[in-house]
Design a protein around this ligand. Structure first.
Ligand code: SAM
Length: 327
């Protein structure tokens, strides 16, 4: 079957799959405290998710990232990793995971056995009190245990941290140092205006240009051509030898070489993180319709890029929360 090429001649080789909209944390920039989650009948079974992923692999998708909500709170999710891991070397080059790390201690070994080699762990602070405040009730020690288990299992780790004004903005120095000692790369992310939250996005937003200037007072950041095919731009930290990435959707967008689409747990395909347009793949999947044709029609609608604006009088640029697609 033919490869997936969008209207701007970009090959679509990367699929991110949200396997649940539920999460065991409520990060203040991500969700409202009283989020309502999808009823069970709306969500695809793990077998249905596997079929949809297979349909994308058959069309040239070479990288899969499992995300959420929190993917590791979905019961039985390791069976999906096992099934997808069996496609590694058979069309699939890489199977990865984005997680908050709270459940990693009990799953790290099984993930490695399924063929996962590296994971992204979201961690915005190393201070237990701040961690509890940002996540509304999380325990930092659970994540640190998870990271330890990931290391024991041989998983490569990249830490993702969202930069929040007045919250963790003076901690990146310490986090860079810690990541260097742990052997982790670090990637900083600007907050994006997705979904209604209790706080003001404008109050939370911290431009990474400022963070970078501050870090340069202590660290030597060497430019590098390293890319993962994603939106992050990387430097190497000379003193630690580790990479530091910046994802700056608000101050720059890097849509021109976007290679990805995002599947939610309801079988909805979003062609752009920063747009509301989406295609329903659940109906053709469940009703025995022409799935490849539905995927083609969706890819034909992939927009050139997004246009986030931090606050339009309190109205988010994109209606859905990040937890719907997992970033
Ligand atoms: N639960 C998993 C985790 O914590 O990594 C996967 C889903 S989570 C929605 C994926 C990433 O999106 C996390 O790194 C989180 O910090 C980030 N995120 C959530 N809302 C965001 C927002 N409004 N702007 C920027 N990043 C956001």
């Amino acid at each position: 079957m033919s490869a997936l090429i969008d209207p701007f001649a970009r090959p679509i080789t990367y699929l991110r799959v949200s396997v649940t909209d539920r999460c065991d944390l409520r990060c203040v920039y991500c969700m409202a405290e009283d989020m309502t989650f999808l009823p069970k009948r709306e969500i695809l079974s793990l077998e249905e998710l596997e079929i949809l992923c297979g349909a994308f692999i058959d069309r040239g998708v070479r990288r899969l990232r499992i995300t959420g909500g929190e993917p590791l709170v979905r019961r039985g999710v390791l069976t999906l990793f096992d099934a997808l891991g069996a496609r590694l070397g058979e069309g699939l080059d890489e199977l990865t995971l984005t997680t908050n790390g709270t459940q990693l201690a009990r799953h790290a070994d099984a993930l490695a056995r399924a063929g996962v080699r590296r994971i992204n762990v979201s961690l915005d602070t190393l201070d237990p009190e701040r961690f509890a405040r940002i996540t509304r009730w999380g325990r930092l020690s659970a994540v640190l245990d998870g990271l330890h288990a990931a290391g024991q299992a041989g998983l490569g780790v990249k830490i993702n941290a969202v930069a929040l004004r007045g919250e963790n903005e003076h901690e990146f120095d310490a986090m860079l140092d810690w990541c260097g000692r742990q052997g982790f790369d670090l990637c900083l992310i600007e907050t994006m205006p997705m979904g209604e939250i209790s706080a003001s996005r404008a109050d939370q937003f911290l431009p990474l240009s400022l963070v970078r200037r501050r870090l340069q007072e202590r660290w030597t950041l060497d430019e590098t051509a390293y890319r993962t095919g994603g939106p992050a731009r990387y430097v190497t930290v000379r003193e630690t030898g580790r990479r530091l990435g910046f994802i700056t959707p608000m101050t720059h967008n890097f849509c021109e070489d976007c290679n990805r689409v995002r599947l939610t747990v309801t079988g909805t395909l979003y062609m752009c993180l920063g747009q509301d347009d989406a295609a329903d793949l659940r109906a053709p999947l469940r009703q025995g319709g022409d799935l490849p044709a539905a995927i083609d029609a969706a890819i034909a609608r992939k927009p050139r890029g997004h246009d986030f604006i931090i606050e339009r009088r309190g109205i988010p640029s994109v209606r859905r929360h990040m937890s719907v697609t997992g970033g």
